[in-house]
Design a binder for this molecule. Structure first.
Ligand code: 26W
Length: 739
């Protein structure tokens, strides 16, 4: 459902080896190349890590010459544009197509029809069971294709974005029948489907329109894949030998019953053969363990909107249930846990686990939690299905393209641009860990990137960042489990300390935040407001000048990340252990020489095992400790008494920051009720504070800091998307690739 592409102009030019030529040509024509690039809107067809991961993988699959295609929806409005007004988030529409459609090629000749609603009846004819679907509403899915260029290859892949349109013939018939309003209604309903991307991250909306979007995407896609397959092979009997459909979380899970429907109802296969094809076609990647993010759909909604799909899900569910009872004789509780239909809901994750031949987590820790907790019963039944593919990022974009200074240093140190296709080649940088010249050049590159960010922020906001300060960045979706509030609480504590002993503050610090909150997520929006209040109070305080600065940058998006990450020195990856499936921002910061301050969560665990405790600032409870603490009855108020200064910082938050806004509600989430401090901010506070203190002790020793940064870059090769995609190709897809 998401591909968070960002901009394509420089990316394509870079991959085609034309970046310099493009810049030169633009300048020759009298344009500023930078302004030209800046004119391209971000394609924000995703809301966070999951969508950005899909974009990185599509690039990597193309570079590795894997024959693949991405499918999504051509949302007219991408993820909302965030404005901050009086410290509060406002959401504005993002009509990216006005200029972004330059990349799209419409293929009306390959349009397909998708059916919603109506009634389904079965009948027998010549000894065969057939399905009659009547009274449905058709929506036309029109492809708008984007070509994906790989790096240093002639291979290209396609990203197919389906646009929803009303099919003219049926509209005309309604007009003719005098049903003018119904005709218009259909048109609006049809075109609404691809209107807007749902911006909630980790919280399913449960809305009919979202379900329509999901079925629209998968029905159009699966119809198209089957059609092309038949055109090539003349049969569907070998379908599973030619295709793998990788489901990006459960959002496209309806592809499973949709393929089944086509094989049964349109191709006339029997259940056993059709089910065999389905269960050898799909693989499922899970991206979250938050229980509230696991998708469930109300059965009546499914039945009304997708009557045939609903029948098939019921049939799948019944057969699965019978199989489970054989797997767990008398194991009522496990069988219940795995049920696809439960409590009037369709549980999409269980549908995926039942029908997919592979299920994977996105980091080692996450996969472990899937096996041991979230999907434990399924793991007991079919352990061989469960795989781990740790996430990776497109290092050509997230290092070479956005950090040309660093790219040049890597080339000089490793002799070539070899690392662009062989990310492990970054390891050769380790040889320079004691080379004062290289280390100081690395420091200069960072300083230059900080100045570039300073100029940008000054232009955009009028705020002048102090380039002498350490740039400490937390940029990601706003969610309580990601603990931006822990960061803000620590800054509040620092602010008090600064007042207590102004001269004890040896390293000046700039804290940068960037984050969108889901429009309906009240607590997340409150946290944004709090950060803005805190930033304003600090900026008014003369004592903070040159010492402490906090800035909330609005409208976080791919193109802002591209400016922020090369300039960062400290990367905040501070989620409650056990909650962040992987995280991918951490990898991008690491590649650009920022040091991580973080918990042992998601892929931080693997980052830590690569760089070692001496090259990052680790803190906090481990996943099992967090879980145990909660089970034993965690009392955040007790922590307040134990940790010096914490109570004062909390009081400051509740009473506000001199702009008249109080944050009692946020404080109460930390201190009151049975779910007080669900994400263990207070439990981790002291350890977080100590990790910051260690970082600030290390910072003044430039050579030491730069050495740590160099080792982080050198060891970031495993976090390249190429490594992840090779693992998918080998372990799950069984396809050959380049090299
Ligand atoms: C339907 C509502 C909804 C929307 C998005 C539920 C869940 C999601 C995603 C699963 C949220 C997401 O983006 N997950 C992130 O995926 C990244 C790529 O694997 C991981 O690095 C992040 O840890 C994970 O939060």
């Amino acid at each position: 459902m998401e591909f968070l592409l960002g901009r394509s102009l420089l990316k394509n030019a870079f991959n085609l080896g034309l970046a310099e030529a493009l810049r030169g040509a633009a300048e020759e024509l009298g344009f500023s190349a930078a302004d030209l690039m800046e004119a391209e809107p971000d394609a924000g067809l995703g809301s966070g890590g999951l969508g950005r991961l899909a974009a990185c993988y599509l690039e990597s699959m193309t570079t590795l010459e894997i024959p693949a295609a991405g499918y999504s929806i051509c949302y007219e409005l991408g993820i909302f544009r965030q404005k901050i007004v009086n410290g509060q988030q406002l959401e504005l529409a993002d009509p990216w197509l006005e200029a972004g459609e330059a990349w799209l090629v419409a293929r009306p000749d390959e349009a397909v029809q998708v059916r919603f609603g109506g009634t389904v009846t079965g009948y027998w004819e010549n000894g065969r069971h057939n399905i009659r679907h009547e009274g449905y509403v058709s929506v036309l899915a029109v492809p708008r294709d984007m070509m994906v260029a790989g790096f240093a290859t002639g291979h290209t892949n396609l990203l197919r974005l389906w646009e929803a349109r009303s099919p003219h013939p049926s509209d005309l018939s309604l007009y003719a029948a005098g049903q003018y309003l119904r005709a218009v209604e259909h048109q609006v309903m049809a075109e609404t489907i691809s209107k807007v991307l749902y911006p909630a991250d980790s919280h399913p909306e449960g809305k009919a329109l979202r379900l329509r979007q999901q079925y629209f995407l998968v029905s159009a896609t699966v119809q198209h894949i089957v059609r092309t397959h038949k055109a090539r092979y003349g049969t569907v009997h070998n379908f599973q030998e030619a295709h793998v459909i990788q489901i990006n979380d459960t959002h496209p899970a309806l592809a499973i019953p949709e393929l089944l429907r086509i094989l049964l109802d349109e191709e006339g296969l029997g259940w056993d053969e059709a089910w065999n094809i389905v269960t050898h076609t799909f693989a499922y990647t899970n991206h979250t363990v938050l229980p509230e993010a696991l998708e469930c759909w109300p059965q009546p909604l499914m039945e009304r909107l997708l009557p045939r799909i609903w029948q098939l899900i019921r049939e799948i569910s019944g057969r699965y249930q019978a199989g489970l009872e054989r797997c767990f004789p008398g194991g009522g509780h496990k069988v219940r846990e795995l049920a696809i239909l439960w409590g009037g809901q369709v549980r999409m994750a269980n549908l995926c686990i039942c029908a997919c031949f592979a299920v994977n987590g996105v980091s080692a820790l996450h996969t472990d939690i899937l096996r041991r907790e979230v999907f434990h019963a399924a793991f007991l039944c079919t352990p061989e299905k469960f795989k781990c593919v740790t996430n990776g990022v497109d290092h050509r974009r997230w290092l070479a393209q956005i950090n040309p200074g660093l790219d040049a240093l890597v080339r000089d140190c490793t002799g070539t641009g070899d690392y662009l296709l062989r990310p492990q080649a970054l390891e050769a940088l380790e040889r320079y860990q004691n080379d004062a010249g290289v280390l100081s050049r690395l420091g200069d590159i960072k300083a230059g990137n900080k100045l570039a960010l300073r100029d940008y922020v000054l232009r955009e906001t009028g705020i002048a960042l102090n380039p002498e300060a350490v740039f400490d960045v937390q940029a990601k979706r706003l969610h309580e489990y990601k603990r931006q509030l822990l960061n803000a609480l620590h800054i509040t504590w620092l602010y008090h300390r600064l007042h207590d002993e102004p001269n004890g503050f040896s390293v000046p610090r700039v804290f940068l935040f960037a984050a969108k909150a889901a429009p309906g997520y009240t607590a997340a929006k409150e946290i944004i407001r709090l950060i803005c209040s805190l930033a304003a109070q600090i900026s008014r305080d003369p004592l903070c000048r040159g010492r402490l600065q906090v800035v909330f940058l609005e409208n976080y998006r791919v193109s802002l990340a591209e400016r922020l990450i090369p300039a960062a020195e400290l990367s905040e990856q501070i989620s409650t252990a056990g909650k962040e499936a992987s995280g991918t921002g951490n990898m991008k910061f690491m590649m650009n020489g920022a040091l991580t301050i973080g918990t042992l969560d998601g892929s931080n665990v693997e980052l830590h095992s690569r760089v070692g405790g001496e090259n990052m600032f680790l803190f906090g409870l481990h996943a099992d400790e967090s879980k145990r603490l909660r089970q034993q009855g965690y009392r955040p108020r007790d922590v307040c008494g134990r940790v010096p200064g914490l109570r004062e910082a909390l009081d400051h938050i509740s009473s506000g920051f001199g702009d008249g806004v109080r944050y009692d509600a946020l404080l109460s989430r930390l201190l009151d009720g049975p779910d007080a401090d669900e994400y263990l901010l207070l439990a981790d506070f002291d350890s977080y504070r100590a990790a910051h203190a260690r970082a600030m002790d290390a910072y003044p020793d430039k050579e030491r800091w730069n050495r740590m940064a160099l080792l982080n870059i050198a060891r970031s090769g495993v976090f390249a998307a190429d490594r992840s995609v090779r693992e998918y190709a080998r372990e799950i897809w069984g396809v050959p690739m380049r090299e």
